[in-house]
Design a protein around this ligand. Sequence first.
Ligand code: PAF
Length: 291
Amino acid sequence: MTICYSLADFQQALSLIPNNYKIGFVPTMGALHKGHISLVEKALTISDTVIVSIFVNPTQFNNPGDLAVYPRTVEEDCKKLREAGASLVFIPSVKDIYPGDDTRSISLGGLDLTGEGPRRPGHFKGVAQVVTLLFDIVKPTYALFGEKDFQQLSIIRFFTGELNYPIEIISCPTVRESDGLAMSSRNVLLNAKQREAAPHIYKTLKKAQEIASAQILPGSKEVITPVMLSRWVEEEINSHPLLKTEYAEVVNSLTLQLVQNWEDARDIQLCVAVNVDPVRLIDNIKLKQTL
Ligand code: PAF
């Protein structure tokens, strides 16, 4: 496995890959866990070579405190990537990625109007900025992303199509701890009590999925609407003293617009962000799928 710490070195290593090779690309911000490794493993099954980038992208952090505490574990990351079978790791500097002002404006197709969008102003603009710059450098055949970041995945799919990148976006299921907590680089920032509390998020999502299929409010015979379900989820998560829901939204899985009625969309997703102070966790679950 080759590790490149500069753009020049990476371009040199990239030039040695045969032209006919299918390149699988896994962009990451490091602090790798089994979720990332599952992306590498999937990439290995469809590509001739797998490239991973590790770059903590400053432009997608709307909160400087969050950027400062973001875990950085490059050595362990490289060990995990070598074991997983990645061929090339790109660890650029900020100057490599942003040599000057980036004045491009990338359309997010309105997919940033709910969920993380309004709560983290500029976040998806930063994601679009870095992912397109990485795509331009790596020129992969496939790029792989996890479904835990459901909104990010939708937005990346959108601008990849809109900008006509000849890259296939592959999504991979969320990898969970045995107690259901979605794997996230931020989980290491939870203290023991918070870590114990955090699985209550996914337990609530699973209950919400059951409620959505029955469409009946628990403890009553009342028919539950998507808005009522959002409120129920928020209250259920908040019933744990260490968890504070920032949002619980029931959205159309394609447009990410809020849905008022279960018939409003063929596919429906429940997305949540929960503060486990000072850590912020996100998760999501499918509530309705029409084949
Ligand atoms: O999901 C992430 O880790 C990041 O948002 C990404 C896609 C690597 C862009 O920095």
